[in-house]
Structure formats: C-alpha cells, structure tokens
Design a protein around this ligand. Structure first.
Ligand code: C2O
Ligand code: CU
Length: 500
C-alpha cells in the first residue's frame, strides 16, 4: 500500500472495547512465521502452553555458523544465530535452563521483561555470572505481551551470537492481521575482525571518534566502528533471509535491534508501515515510510503486502553497509538486489513525537524528578552518568509505589540508547503525552523526561545499550529503598529462595 490510509481502523474503539480478537492472527502467525521465517521455535504453541510450561535448554557454547556465504567461529545459544525463538502467552511462565559450555562466565538477560529481579540475568546485580560447566535455571512469569529479546549480559558477549527473540502473545490481541514475521537486526564482526574483545581493546587505545560516521538523525557521530556485516535473522545480504507469504495479506513485523553499535534505518520497498508498538507496548498507530531503531529498541508495524518480491532494508545509520532481506508474495517475481535503492528510506520518518501510549497505559504523574547527566571524559573513551562510571557506578534510589521522573540530559558528543531493566517507563514529550518504552535514544544536547513507576523491587541496571559505551563505563542502577553503599546484593540467596 502506498497511499496514506492506515490499515488500523477505529483504534480508540478497539482499545476501548478490548474485544476484537482475531484467533486466526495467533494461530496462523505462530505457525506460519515459524516456517516462513525459518526461526527455530521453542516453547509450546499457545493452545498447548496453557497446560504446563516446558523447560527449555539454552546451551551457550562456541560453534561454527554460516551467516550467508561467510562461515565464522563464534559463541551461540544452541548452535544458532539467532538462538531459538521463545513464544509464550502473556501471564505464562518461561522456564529456561542456561547450560554454560563457554570458556567464560555468562548470564541470560530478558530484555524489556518486567520479571522478578533474581531472574534478570544482570551479573553483579541480580546474580553472579554462571561459571563454565555450570547451569542456571531461569523461571519467571511474563506479565506483558509484546516483542522482546534475550541476550548475554556479560562483557562484550552480546556482540557475539548470544541473543535470541522472545515474543509474548496477547490473549486478547486487539490487532487483526494474517501473519507475523520476526526481524532481528545485528551488526557482526566476531570471527571476521577478531573478537568483540579485540574491538573494545582498539577503542580503549584510542581517544578520538570516527567523524565520518555521522548521522543527522542521531545528532552527530553515529557509532564507534564499522562492522563488516549486518544481519537479518543471522543472514547477511549475500544470502538474504526470505519471508514468504501471499499478496494481500496483512502482516505484523516485529523488528528488534540486537546490534552492539548500530542504529538501523528500516524500510520495506513499495510499502508504507503502520507502527503499532514501541518496545513491546502499544501506541497510537502511525503511518510512516521508515523508522530509526536504536540498539535495544523494538518496533512492530503492520502492512498489507502487494504482489511481488520486496526489499526489506535496514541501513546502518551513518555507516557503510546495510542489513537486507526479501519479502516475497510471488514465487516468480525477480528478487531485488541487496543494493537496490529504496526511496522510502528518505521519506516520512517516524519521530518520537508521533508516538503516544493509549491512555490506559499512561503512568501516574511523577512526584519528583532525578537528573541523570550523560557525559564523556576527556579521555574520549569513558562514558559517564552523573560523572560516574561502572566500577563505582551511579546508584539512584526510589521508593516502592512512587513515580519518579528521570531527566536525562545528554551533554556528551554522541547519542545513547538508554535502557532500564525491569520496568517500562513513559517518555513524556512536551505535551505531556508519549509512548511506553524501555530503551530511548538520547541525542547530544537533548534532554528527555522518562517517568518510571517503581513497582518492581530490585537493583536494576540503567545503562547505555551501545555495548561498547556500556563497557566503557556507561552503567548505572536504580534501586529500591535506602542506599546500600557498596554492598552488592546476594544473588546466591536469591537463587536458593527461588528454588523452594
Ligand atoms: Cu538488553 Cu542491560 O540490556
Ligand atoms: Cu552510549
């Protein structure tokens, strides 16, 4: 569809009534995407899942994988990149046993999920990292439907293959669509230009930034480095991922940015998109041609597919290169080249001011604000929060039940996708409205208001989701109750408690 008309009618009434449920959407979506998307599927399908949650195994280990024509040695879950897709209904449990067959300690973090703190996979915060040869049982209830992912939270491990997607279905899904595809974007260097640890060492040894990697939309330097490959569902543009379906179908795309250092500009050639969700949560549907997605962000959009073979492109913003896949609704249509021009990329781009949560998702007004200033030390390779860096990190305190406003002021020369664990805040724009999110891009000289309802006790990480900035200090936390000085939480006790 190229016109301006959206495909979501009667938005407010459908949210108001909450009643328009398309069973077909789930069932078709679940099975069709598992097949057409070639995403390995774990977890019971919705009908069976209600009965009894099955434990799945996530085996972290070194392996050799093909990313299209390139074969690399890397670290994965279950020998695949991305790891197995987990699908559950909101309100159900996820049970996953991490088996660590890596030569290093590791954890699994469930990005965006409002789970019980001991299950957060945050090393030094919610647990000690699981040692090689050991296991950890993740077992938690997922309260909110939406598009999520999981990844290691130890060092530079997320820039290897240690990530997978987590889709939480809504038992009262208000959107109607025929099918869904999960699109996980990644930047890749492991096994091609050394390891992510080598890349971090290179950054630590230099004090300046590559001024050629610029993006207007990100307000300056876009990234720390150029990755040699960009992937859709683990596939490079030379052997593109192909999503197959029929013309005229309404498809829900769930787009996840699992990259370490790349924002992507996403468009589907020949189609407009109706954006319906940000970071798992619904927003007022908005029609755009393209959107920018920072590391850790997710967007869901609907579109009615024309007949043919269409490029789904994710341009590495400010860099050279792109991730590329094909959406095919006709067997005989000629495939677009991975380098094809996609005019939508420079047309109407989604802005945060377009996004608005339905009023039932609004958070209470905050009773106080806390300022968080993002900075860079003169070294050029240490990123700070209120002048503090990981090691002696910024610890913010909240009381259970209150709503606080984080005033995030970026006084550093680069943009930062700031991510809060265990909560979905509300980005409050000038008019007081705004979307629910858990990751938000803050441009240089920008100040954003994030309202957080403190309803999930823990000592939660709040950090930049540029993995290299995180490793260069940009890590803080939000904890409940009085400050605990330097004492760490005692994760072993959490584990013991959980097991009973
Ligand atoms: Cu994807 Cu600390 O997060
Ligand atoms: Cu950053």
């Amino acid at each position: 569809m190229s016109g301006g008309r959206g495909i979501v009618g009667g938005w407010s009434s459908s949210w108001g009534s909450g009643g328009r449920v398309s069973r077909r959407a789930f069932v078709t979506g679940t099975f069709a995407s598992a097949l057409a998307g070639a995403v390995p599927l774990l977890g019971a399908p919705p009908a069976a899942a209600a009965a009894r949650p099955r434990a799945m195994v996530l085996r972290a280990r070194p392996t050799t994988v093909s990313l299209g024509q390139r074969t690399v040695r890397t670290w994965t879950y279950n020998d695949e990149v991305p790891g197995p897709q987990i699908r559950v209904m909101a309100g159900e449990r996820v049970r996953a046993k991490l088996v660590n067959d890596l030569p290093a300690a590791t954890t699994v973090h469930w990005h965006g999920i409002r789970l019980d703190f001991p299950m957060d996979g945050a090393p030094g915060f919610s647990q000690e990292a699981t040692q090689p040869g050991k296991t950890f049982d993740y077992d938690f209830t997922v309260p909110d439907p939406g598009t999520y992912f999981y990844h290691s939270h130890v060092g530079t491990q997320p820039d290897r293959g240690l990530y997978g997607t987590l889709v939480v279905l809504d038992p009262r899904e208000p959107l109607e669509y025929d099918e869904e595809f999960t699109v996980v974007l990644d930047d890749w260097l492991d096994g091609i230009e050394g390891t992510p640890d080598d890349a971090l060492a290179r950054l630590n040894a230099s004090t300046d930034h590559d001024d050629t990697l610029r993006s207007e939309a990100l307000g300056g330097v876009a990234a720390e480095m150029v990755h040699p490959l960009y992937l859709v569902n683990g596939q490079a543009p030379d052997t593109p991922m192909t999503f197959r379906t029929a013309p005229g179908r309404v498809v829900r795309f769930r787009v996840i940015n699992a990259a370490a250092d790349t924002a992507f500009r996403v468009a589907l050639g020949g189609h407009r998109m109706t954006v319906t969700h940000t970071d798992g949560f619904p927003c007022r549907p908005v029609n755009v041609d393209t959107f920018l997605i920072g590391m850790g962000e997710r967007y869901d959009f609907l579109t009615r597919l024309d007949e043919g073979a269409f490029p789904l492109v994710a341009v590495a913003e400010g860099k050279r290169g792109r991730a590329f896949a094909v959406v095919r609704t006709n067997r005989r249509a000629e495939s677009p080249a991975s380098t094809v021009q996609v005019p939508e990329l420079t047309e109407r781009m989604l802005a945060y001011r377009d996004l608005e949560a339905p009023s039932s998702f609004d958070l209470p007004r905050p009773s106080r604000s806390i300022s968080v200033t993002l900075g860079m030390r003169p070294s050029g390779n240490e990123w700070t929060m209120n002048d503090k860096v990981a090691g002696d990190h910024l610890r913010l305190r909240v009381d259970r039940g209150e709503t606080v406003r984080l005033v995030v002021d970026n006084q550093s020369p680069m943009w930062h996708p700031m991510h809060l664990h265990g909560h979905t805040f509300q980005l409050r724009l000038a008019d007081g409205r705004g979307p629910r999110k858990d990751t938000v891009n803050v441009k240089p000289r920008q100040r954003l208001h994030l309202d957080v309802l403190a309803d999930n006790p823990g000592e939660w990480m709040f950090h930049c989701h540029n993995l290299y900035h995180q490793e260069q200090g940009m890590m803080g936390s939000i904890g409940y109750g009085p400050a605990r000085g330097n004492t760490r939480h005692r994760p072993q006790e959490h584990n013991r408690r959980r097991k009973r």
